[in-house]
Design a protein around this ligand. Structure first.
Ligand code: UDX
Length: 437
């Protein structure tokens, strides 16, 4: 099938390459010429495990190309809208600027029978609005809402083996036509054994923000328990293990630490609250305000902990921050807890040196005043405090005996509960973590 993918960021680039792997003929469109140039030459414009191989394979098949020219979407039967919906400046709501401009640009090239499949995370009501505009411009085309649940770091796997597919369809024959086309897009092997939820526009849009709100709530729940653990001398990792054994709760997403960041969870819960306010049901989501503040409090607590282990002040202390990305296996630094803590400590007078296996380039662009080092050892040289802020495997596997040789003071703060306290203490380190004795 001929497919177009509009917007080639973390979501669209992976989606386009994955669809080509499934055997479709795919054109990816983006306004960013540098990104298109990278993708057209099978180079991943960001770090995502498996994407370089997928791009190489799909490009070599001749079924994948990229362009900045929107008119090249003409002739595709299904058009996936994958542009970003960042948080508005100074407000909680989502900025729909990219959705609206991409959609308007697409309209001139849509033909009767085409299906536009929205994948971007949008405030509920957006699909209804786009469907109305599509109805005026090209009454024979159909809009569906087909949210995407991929995680950065696992984007290729999540796209090729999703937990579920969700179709938000209009009623009647247009909906049936769109469903048939989407079924063909996701035909086996991709959709084999994958649960399919067929529903209306509003539900499909809500599914995405509800899922992200639930995940954020789960993380903030365990971080709230971490606060209780800190006040009582209890251990949040044992607590998470114990409650996680209850199948109704589950252990995943119960890792206490610096909390959630990135380009999705923080802005999605805020946009959801803003939308609930517009709909007159803000009370229904008032708990998300608390989820957000528990999350932000962890960052403040980490700076306090650094002060505590440094004897009351971090002024002039050298602090090595291991990790800049918002999570491991990503070079994404959007709303990164690691960088926000690093910047706060620097602001309070510490000499902070940040390292990361993949994200230093992006981190430097966003926080040019911070100092950066290429390796953990370099960052930790002469350090008074070492902080694990992003739990990359290579940091979890650091030999505390070896690192002890380069630091000035053997103090480690485990911001992700990713280190073995026994091991570090046995090597003579003062080990402190969020929510642990
Ligand atoms: C998230 C959703 O998981 C995904 O389904 C959606 O499509 C996009 O948003 P992503 O932002 O890639 O994906 O990252 P995710 O793996 O969800 O992690 C988000 C943040 O939560 C990270 O900062 C991570 O470090 C943090 N986290 C995660 C915790 O602090 N504790 C946990 O137990 C899990």
């Amino acid at each position: 099938m001929r497919i177009s993918v509009i917007g080639c960021g973390y979501l669209g680039a992976v989606h386009a390459a994955a669809m080509a792997k499934l055997g479709h003929d795919v054109v990816g469109v983006d306004v960013d010429a540098a990104k298109v140039d990278d993708l057209a030459n099978a180079r991943a414009p960001f770090f995502e495990p498996g994407l370089p191989e997928l791009l190489a394979e799909s490009s070599a098949s001749g079924r994948l190309r990229f362009t900045t020219d929107m008119s090249e979407i003409a002739g595709s039967q299904v058009h996936f809208l994958c542009v970003g919906t960042p948080q508005k400046r100074g407000e909680f709501g989502a900025d729909l600027g990219y959705v609206n401009s991409a959609f308007d640009a697409m309209l001139a090239h849509i033909s009767p029978g085409d299906v536009i499949a929205g994948k971007s995370t949008v405030p509920v009501g957006t699909a209804e609005n786009l469907a109305e505009r599509l109805g005026v411009a090209e009454p024979g085309a159909v809009l569906v809402w087909n949210p995407e649940f991929l995680r950065e770091g696992f984007a290729v796997k999540d796209t090729l083996h999703p937990d579920r597919l969700v179709y938000g369809l209009p009623d009647g024959a247009p909906g049936e036509h769109a469903k048939a086309l989407l079924d063909e897009v996701y035909a086996t092997p991709l959709s084999e054994h994958i649960p399919l939820v067929v529903t209306d526009y509003a539900t499909a849009q809500l599914v995405k923000v509800a899922a992200n709100s639930f995940l954020a709530t789960k993380i903030s729940f365990i971080n709230a328990m971490a606060e209780l653990c800190e006040a009582t001398g209890a251990d949040v990792t044992s607590l998470a293990d114990a409650i996680g054994h209850d199948a109704r709760i589950g252990r995943r997403f119960l890792n206490a630490g610096l909390g959630f960041g990135g380009g999705c969870l923080p802005k999605d819960i805020r946009a959801f609250m803003a939308r609930a306010g517009e709909l007159g049901v803000d009370q229904a989501l008032s708990f998300l305000r608390e989820v957000d503040s528990i999350n932000m409090r962890r960052r403040v607590r980490m700076v306090d902990l650094a002060r505590e282990v440094s004897g009351g002040s971090i002024v002039g202390r050298r602090i090595a921050v291991l990790g800049a990305a918002f999570k491991p296996n990503s070079d994404d630094v959007r709303d990164s807890p690691a960088l926000s803590v690093a910047a706060q400590m620097q602001l309070q007078g510490a000499h902070v040196v940040v390292t990361d296996p993949q994200a230093i380039g992006n981190a430097r662009k966003k926080w040019p005043d911070l100092s950066f080092a290429d390796t953990a050892e370099e960052a930790a040289t002469g350090a008074d405090v070492v902080l694990l802020a992003t739990e990359w495997d290579e940091y979890r596997e650091i030999d505390p005996e070896k690192l002890a040789l380069v630091v000035r003071e053997k103090r480690v703060l485990d911001g992700r509960n990713g280190l073995d306290p026994e091991l570090w203490r046995a090597a003579g380190w003062t080990y402190r973590a969020l929510g642990r004795r």
